[in-house]
Design a protein around this ligand. Structure first.
Ligand SMILES: [Fe+2]
Length: 290
């Protein structure tokens, strides 16, 4: 059995897991797998598939859309060598393709399941280890995610603002509907509500848990920052399907009932979207097999 990597208070975990952000300690601060030379080698291997590496470079504002960020066309190894001054945001999306990082992912996931209960294993569709490498002072722009996330700070510092995903002034229903349906960047930063964020100061050895769809943004500190995101997607598509139906109802001029207010209405919407999914699957099959 490997040594524990995450140190989370069990009672706090039970209360807040996938509901509210909370911070915790971990054993990966300064770990040798995240030294510059190891990350360079990993990035070069992953970059053989362009889907596994994303990067941009240039000044970013907290409310800026991802498709509006400055494109960077230098090779990843050159950008990593200039990371101190490049204003870069680098994402190594599938670190688990390397067995050494896969072992860390597996240990962390086992520890999260030990805290959450075995039923979580059945809910998990896909687990994933993402490494973020950021230049000093670089901002990671405001957004919401599809996955449940544990962000572990390895090198450098960062300040993470996480908002309550149930605050409908911060995150209106329409933005969640658009996110699940047509726009990954649908959440819009509202500076007037910044003081509602829970602000977590991350040092090496500290981490923060972010529930699915909890809005957040990150300000990096004065050094190069390296963080590891341990995350998982869930099988459960029910909530997402209701938001998708609500998106189309709203586009038709209606004001749909938000999820979880009526089990009856939620059931109808899940049935409707499930039927359209079946139709789409059959249609794809027919197109593929004329
Ligand atoms: Fe995120």
């Amino acid at each position: 059995m490997s040594a524990p990597l995450l140190f989370m208070d069990s009672e706090r975990f039970q209360r807040f897991f996938d509901r509210r952000a909370f911070d915790f300690a971990h054993a990966l601060g300064g770990h040798p797998l995240f030294e510059a030379s190891r990350l360079l080698a990993l990035a070069q291997r992953l970059a053989r598939d362009p889907r596994d590496v994303y990067y941009d470079a240039g000044r970013a504002e907290v409310g800026q859309r991802w498709d509006d960020l400055p494109i960077c066309e230098v090779p990843i190894d050159e950008l990593l060598r200039r990371i101190e001054t490049a204003d870069a945001w680098i994402v190594l999306r599938k670190a688990e393709k390397d067995p050494a990082y896969a072992a860390i992912l597996d240990t962390c996931i086992d520890e999260i399941i030990a805290l959450a209960g075995r039923s979580l294993r059945r809910r998990m569709k896909l687990t994933n280890a993402i490494i973020f490498i950021n230049s000093p002072h670089r901002v990671s722009t405001y957004h919401i995610d599809r996955e449940c996330n544990f962000l572990l700070q390895i090198r450098g510092t960062k300040t993470v603002s996480v908002f309550d995903r149930y605050d409908r002034e911060v995150l209106p229903e329409e933005e969640i509907e658009r996110f699940w349906t047509v726009d990954n960047n649908a959440a819009v930063y509202k500076p007037q509500y910044q003081d509602r964020a829970a602000v977590h100061e991350l040092l090496p050895g500290r981490g923060v848990h972010m529930p699915i769809n909890a809005p957040h943004w990150v300000q990096n500190g004065p050094e190069v920052s390296v963080s590891l995101s341990i995350n998982f997607h869930e099988h459960d598509r029910e909530l997402a399907d209701i938001y998708r139906v609500n998106h189309w109802l709203r586009r038709s001029g209606l004001r749909p009932t938000p999820p979880r207010q009526s089990r009856f209405i939620d059931g109808i919407k899940r049935g409707v979207y499930g039927s359209t999914r079946s139709v789409r699957r059959v249609t794809r099959h027919l197109w593929a097999h004329p």
